[in-house]
Design a protein around this ligand. Structure first.
Ligand code: C2E
Ligand code: CA
Ligand code: CA
Length: 692
């Protein structure tokens, strides 16, 4: 009800007391007074009376509510009777049990006009505000819950880092991904979760405030590593800089990717690369061959009569045969060779970097194919059955000038059919000339192997003479000879390269070395020859593959000969390709007292700087220079220069291939003092010199 402002009411309003009563009774809030000694209600305004009935004269705790803890009793700050009055304001909230409304109450202690101590209380209904407040609270709680639910429902691990990149908050997913508990993660550095191999990369990426998602390897608590997609965002929260980082574990996706590429590039049965992979690899190989100029080979292998096994024994057995054949091919090729299953019972082997020389490449490819044929022909023991199977192999060689992928495969395939026509279990080159060469070389090598095993080789010796005090022999060079019953004397120019290619140079070299040492021992008691030196030719392969130094040391200990009487000749051209390791071996031999000579000097274009590095004692001027010296004056200048270089480096200089007195005199005039050649003696069987 509003105060009336009409003229009729104006008289009525004049009375202040009435006005006050009116205001007090009609104001929305409660106003009442309680005797703090007796708890009697001394005054109650209209609002109180309308809500609780006529309460004046009643005890407040009986009149104003049902329970004890409501509006009145226990209301805070009710002074004890002895307490002096004050006008302290006390405020509290309470909910009334009658009308279920909430009031904000405040009370003040004062003295009533008659001297009694009272508490004057004012109560305002705040039910609506309360409802609003709790609605707001509820909403906030709900939205927080929703937010948490959202961050936990995502498949991304979320981490909040502070400005120092220390972890300050995580969702439930991040600890699951990283194998930590949430508490363990707090305080850790962002980089504690990154695998070492990805740290540099991550460092670079996170310089951007809003980086695009990127892949990195992450580290779990147990040290295991997994692939993840990461995304970070720099934000500011309540004035502080933070970084929110999201992690998506993609290890499964990565595995699937690998699996997909395995399926796309590998044959499921044999686990060998498939035709598609081969094509890519062949592209690389062809490009590489173009750059290096080296020959490579493509072997097309087809199993003979495989279909019969499949048809008669069933596919399960056929599959096992294929798996075993694949295993054998893989086992009998070099690691660098590329073995693939082309389809059905066809396999293709790619051999790279066979040699820069076609003949050597031919030989190696032939050898590789022969090894595979041999391996394929061994019995296949499957489910207690013993199966026999052979293969046919076609070879196409390629180098920089070669044709395309498809051409090569076609050539090798065609060659394979020629091998089938030739009765299977054989190897055929696409090029008939190569075929012939390969067969001849293979035959030569197998005969040489037998000759070495049966000690059919012989050693010839050619004297080396010094010019001081007349032509005096100071030593001999031992040269290998191969007398063959069928082909007569096979020259070393033929069989030494074959021995080098096939590795037979190792047993051959070992044999020569042994013979040389025995010869030295035989001459020890010969007054004429006991100071003769023996030179032998040593292939660089003996240093690369064989443990030449150990063998020489062994012989030295066993025979106790004078090491300065053994000279190892190494051709200049092969010395040019020396490695540090070989250089080191030379130095060790030199320290032990052996002589080291550079053979065919002048043909290999060695530089002076290079000469200085080698621990050599002698140069042998190649016989081609000696031969042409008397014909061509520029060759004479070359020979003179070589002699001067040798002297400059303090090396012995031997002129090789001296055939005429004119050459001998000319060389002497140039300052040369050591010679070898037909003029002084042809290579003759060592036995003729006495010994062994
Ligand atoms: P090399 O080491 O340069 O051997 C010298 C070659 O020149 C020998 O040929 C020898 O018979 C020949 N010769 C010597 N004096 C004259 C001459 O006045 N005129 C002409 N035209 N030739 C002369 P051979 O015995 O045919 O040996 C050829 C090559 O085979 C040797 O060249 C050497 O590099 C290699 N060789 C021979 N025996 C062995 C061996 O046991 N081990 C190794 N690794 N290589 C060997
Ligand atoms: Ca020689
Ligand atoms: Ca020589």
């Amino acid at each position: 009800m509003c105060p009336q402002t009409t003229n009729a009411a104006s008289d009525w309003i004049v009375d202040n007391t009435h006005l006050l009563d009116f205001v007090l009774n009609e104001a929305g809030g409660f106003v009442y007074a309680i005797d703090t000694t007796t708890y009697e209600i001394l005054y109650a305004n209209g609002s109180v009376v309308r809500t609780f009935g006529d309460v004046v004269g009643k005890k407040c705790f009986q009149a104003l509510q049902r329970g004890r803890d409501e509006i009145c009793p226990g209301c805070p700050g009710m002074p004890s009777p002895s307490q002096p009055e004050d006008d302290e304001l006390v405020e509290w909230e309470n909910t009334n049990s009658i009308n279920q409304r909430t009031y904000l109450l405040n009370g003040r202690h004062l003295r009533w006009p008659d001297g009694r101590r009272v508490r004057l209380q004012v109560g305002i209904d705040i039910t609506r505000q309360k409802a609003l407040e709790s609605a707001v609270d509820e909403e906030r709680r709900a939205s927080l819950e929703t937010f948490e639910m959202l961050t936990n429902a995502t498949i991304e691990g979320l981490i909040i880092y502070d400005e120092d990149r220390r972890c300050v908050r995580v969702n439930q997913v991040a600890p699951q991904i990283l194998g930590y508990s949430a508490d363990e993660m707090l305080g850790k550095s962002a980089f504690d979760f990154i695998a070492p191999q990805s740290r540099d990369h991550v460092h670079r990426v996170i310089k951007n405030a809003n980086q695009a998602p990127y892949e990195a390897q992450m580290l779990r608590r147990d040290g295991s590593v997994f692939w993840a997609i990461l995304r970070g965002r720099d934000l500011s929260l309540a004035g502080r800089k933070i970084r929110v980082s999201a992690i998506l574990d993609i290890s499964e996706i990565k595995e699937k990717e690998a699996e997909i590429s395995r399926l796309a590039y590998y044959d499921a049965l044999t686990e060998l690369p498939n035709r598609r992979y081969l094509n890519e690899q062949l592209d690389h190989a062809l490009n590489a061959a173009r750059r290096s100029g080296n020959f490579g080979g493509l072997l097309f292998i087809d199993l003979d009569h495989f279909k019969t096994i499949n048809d008669t024994r069933g596919h399960a057995v056929g599959d096992k045969v294929l798996i075993e054949a694949a295993r054998r091919i893989r086992q009998h090729t070099r690691d660098a060779d590329y073995v693939s299953r082309f389809g059905g019972d066809e396999f293709v082997v790619l051999l790279e970097n066979l040699s820069s020389a076609e003949s050597e490449a031919t030989q190696k490819a032939y050898q590789a194919a022969s090894n595979i044929l041999h391996a394929l022909a061994a019995p296949y023991l499957i489910d207690t059955y013993d199966y026999r199977l052979t293969g046919s192999i076609g070879i196409a060689l390629f180098n920089g000038a070669s044709a395309s992928n498809e051409d090569l495969l076609r050539y090798a395939d065609a060659a394979m059919y020629t091998a089938k026509d030739a009765g299977r279990n054989s190897v055929r080159f696409f090029d008939p000339v190569l075929q012939q060469q390969a067969e001849a070389k293979a035959l030569l090598i197998s005969r040489l192997r037998r000759a070495i095993e049966e000690e059919k080789l012989q050693l010839y010796a050619q004297p080396q003479i010094g010019s001081s005090g007349g032509r005096k022999i100071y030593g001999v060079e031992l040269l290998a000879r191969w007398p063959d019953a069928e082909h007569g004397m096979i020259p070393p120019g033929i069989f030494i390269p074959a021995a080098e290619e096939s590795g037979l140079i190792l047993p051959l070299g070992q044999w020569v070395l042994h013979q040389a040492v025995r010869q030295l021992k035989a001459w020890e008691n010969d007054p004429e020859r006991k100071n003769w030196r023996i030179s032998i030719n040593v292939s660089v392969r003996q240093f690369e593959d064989g443990d030449c130094v150990a063998r020489i040391t062994e012989l030295l200990e066993r025979y106790r000969f004078r090491p300065e009487l053994l000279c190892l000749e190494l051709t200049e051209s092969v010395l040019l390709q020396h490695t540090k390791e070989i250089l080191h071996k030379f130095s060790r031999l030199r320290e032990m007292g052996f002589q080291l000579s550079i053979d065919d000097f002048g043909t290999g274009y060695s530089s002076l700087a290079y000469l200085k590095q080698l621990p050599i004692t002698e140069l042998k001027i190649d016989r081609s220079f000696v031969h042409e010296m008397t014909i061509d004056s520029s060759n004479a200048i070359l020979v003179r220069t070589m002699i001067a270089i040798g002297q400059q480096f303090g090396l012995d200089v031997v002129a090789e291939g001296v055939e005429t007195e004119a050459q001998y005199e000319r060389l002497q005039a140039m300052g040369c003092t050591q010679f070898q050649g037909y003029l002084f003696g042809r290579p003759t069987p060592v036995d003729d010199l006495g010994g062994i």
